[in-house]
Design a protein around this ligand. Sequence first.
Ligand code: SUG
Length: 447
Amino acid sequence: MSTRHYEANFDGLVGPTHNYAGLSFGNVASLSNAKASSSPRSAAKQGLAKMKALHDLGLVQGVFAPHERPDIATLRRLGFTGSDSRVLEQAAQHAPAIFQAVCSASSMWTANAATVSPGADSADGKVHFTPANLTNKFHRSLEAETSGRILQAMFDNSKYFAHHTHLPDNEHFGDEGAANHTRLCSNYGHAGVEIFTFGRYAFDSSKPAPQKYPARQTFEASQAIARLHGLNDDNTVYIQQNPEVIDQGVFHNDVIAVGNQNVLFYHQQAFLDTEAKLAEIQRKFGADPVHFIAVKNHEVSVADAVQTYLFNTQLVTLPNGNMAIIAPTECQDNPRVAAYLADLVTRDTPIRQVHYFDVKQSMRNGGGPACLRLRVALNEAELAAVNPNVLMSDSLFERLNQWVDKHYRDELHVDELRDPSLLTESRSALDELTQILKLGSVYPFQR
Ligand code: SUG
């Protein structure tokens, strides 16, 4: 009897404090939308609609719970004292930049939650998870511990799942998780090639590096993850991102490339040493040819790719074996990108469909469809060991929409983040959510 294999997507549910604070230097959308009003309710619903649509396409879809924000525990670590509302008020007044950072709902971008290696690739046959330390941005560096706890609560079975502690919290080991990691394979259940893409070498300043914007992921972090996950030389490839594209706003590799099974879809300027690296991927992949789909400058410029998130699309395999691209509507609205995608599905590649989704609330912070999801390749037994309450279904979709309606504000401005009732609202929302998803006590306020 053959075992079935799946690639499940676990999407970040947008949290109740979703806002635009301009926190991410190097991320063009985050900076240009700083201080705009947000809609936490629409953001959460846009995300849920995408999850439901993928579920309806026949894919395994899961929900990744948001983090507790404002992060009072961090403010206390930073010396603010008194009641929770006093901590809020004092931080907002005396350290406004720090205060905004601890209010970010950035855990929604679960491509940055962790790096995941499936059992088919790891030495011990287990699915390995390492939460990303996200050291490059203060607001994101607050995510690693809680992401780790949520992952434990979702994949809670040591027979199948191995959980690691995030890498040392230091820029030398800056790790951005799956946003800089792609896995190619002939079948989700077969050993694949894990591609780690990094922005710079931490211990060798003679090597190329971006000049204007930060390189968030280091080579040394990528190597450490591969070691932790029990990968070997035959199934790993390390590629440096082209520093010039980082300087044009490609802060994560998933803004310029996406891969799935035997397809790597990327911009011609994405990498350094491209030809040699693609040859290495092909050699390690095996006899079957990889479809390397290079988008040329004259087809789509790097600026258009950054603005539309053409490569921050999800490339998914449908139950009939064809692939579909899950794209943000920004791609549809740009005539050059829309024309490119319309042509792509007529070519001789596995990609046959494009589905457009409105995820504008997330896009305005530089988060496209692919940022919103963490991929986990699983076999049947592993899937059966996943906490079933986090898996999307018609009833969970309905339940979560009701939950959003009950707890989320329709509009939020950064000036309202200091409102103590937002803290109370968020905590009661998350308390109820942990019961819906049966996660146990994963948040600091519950411990
Ligand atoms: O880390 N934006 C996120 C976007 C992450 C996108 N993820 C991937 N490409 N996988 C970031 O830059 C902006 C928050 C603000 O400005 O309010 C933010 O954190």
